[in-house]
Design a binder for this molecule. Sequence first.
Ligand code: AHR
Length: 621
Amino acid sequence: LDVKVSNTGGNATSGYQYGIMFEDINYSGDGGIYAELIRNRAFQGDAVFPSTIEPWTAVGNAKLSLQNLSQPLSSALPTSLNVAASAGEAGISNPGYWGIDVKLQKYTGSFWVKGSYNESFTASLYNYLSNETLATVQVPSKASNSEWTEHAYTLTPEIAADNVNNSFQITFDASAADGSLDFNLISLFPPTYNDRPNGMRKDLMEALAELNPSFLRFPGGNNLEGNDPPYYLKWNETIGPLKDRPGYPGTWNYENTNGLGLIEYLHWCDDLHMEPVLAVWAGFYLSGPVIPEDQLQPYIEDALNQLEFITGDTSTRYGTLRSSLGYPDPWVIKYVEVGNEDNLGGGGPSYEAYRFQAFRDAINEKYPDIFVFASTTDYHFAETEDVGEDYHEYTRPDYFVGQFGFFDNFTAGQKTMIGEYATVQPNTAEGGGVDWDQARLPFPTWIGSVAEAVFLLGAERNADKIWGAAYAPTLQNLDSTQWVPDLISFTADTARDVLSTSYHAIKLLSAHRISTVLPMDTLDFGPVYYVAGYSNSSNSYIFKAAVYNSTETVDMNIAFEGVSEGAEASLMVLTAPDAESYNSLGSDVVKSSVTTLTAGSGGAVSFALPDLSVAVLEVKG
Ligand code: AHR
């Protein structure tokens, strides 16, 4: 393939090309990136998922029961755990989210107690395979019969566990307690990313940081929407002290703690230097009910209140609320999305008829600089109206490759975000897109990742139309999964994260950002799909390519106008042993090579690319 890349013309990119989509699915928040180690720490429940003792168990001769005391810890956390015992060492044990990772580091926790007890509690980490206590601390009791008291503690293991079969325990001398004690909000955190209190799991944040993401789309996905009235993800129930956050019956079959709340999402954006793309609830429940037009106003106002909470100063009601919670500095919001896939389901027609416009008009009246994305996945809305849109694509490898030119005819203005995409099923002889009745891939496969790369290069080529793209879902706890495949899979063991084949492809494409897409003289796509451009940050020319379905290795000769003979070039290539190979626990099939090359006359660089490869060539300008 011979391509000459011009050094003039072309389109500037948005600067946001690669980002992250996040919702609590697959225990990706609770039990995932939100670093809390204790599962069911506050016995949260509702009509959908009633409070449960699971997975807590008794230590010693304790009898455990859930109680709704007349004096609860808080109105948000009305249910607590009564631990009754008459003599001996008694208490409670929690195995974490399918294990607890115990390392030689400081763990920080607290628990609330009500009852009469003047001795000390023992908090410990215990390995139940080896029957070894790994860390223990005495916590002098401040407990009282008349009120709830918080007990803070730290645990510093002297022994690291080589497996995650560990539990956290609190015990007390039952003979010194008056029959029973009540416990609630029992929490334990490892060190978190950037040492944030109530923060995020380090290994997963580090893996995401390596993707060099430019935006975070949150908090859904379906999880924003709620299945049935009255439950949807209410921002004001995810802020403030943990004892004031009720649970939420997430749409992925488990109760959310709301510990990962609005402020935590904004800190996440700060920590990874990502632009927030904030989704607000649009008045649809997944099971069908729709808030009708004449009752929509309070929900629009709630979205405005949420924006005021994030962006307002202390002259505003909600800015004052944020400041009172310890965050005096406002954040900036530039992008809002109204709902999620809201052209689907029973409410679809109302979305285009009035719903989206009502939200957008109200948001832009108060915040004219915010760009509001519509959440329909049906692009004709943006074709006919001058609106931004969030496009989603879950499909098969061949279909993705067929979509390389899909964005060519979109309207200009960087109005389209690809808010979710993934190869979810293998190719079939008949071709075509996804069949939701068929099984999905357990992990991304290499052929799927190359096909996604082709699709992403099609998006990069259309820099004037496409704002950015995010794979979905991002995270999967392998011990409780509701959706496959996922970008990063993990367990409680922080040393065993699975960075999928798609992760590696995105990391390569995202690390080499094109600032201006440049014209090329040859547009002969297939089996090589490609884009060229210039990077202002590295002052270099960039050529990105993916090879899909080639019967032979492809010889490439890429000439860059403006590059002198002798200029240094670097070629990075990803391959894998075969098309269907994938990464899983303990395996990484992706091979990465870096070769230094030299430009010949006319700024031409020659190399060869094998079938099913993703490559980036960077040439100093
Ligand atoms: O990414 C999983 C789900 O797929 C999202 O929640 C939803 O937006 C889409 O249908």
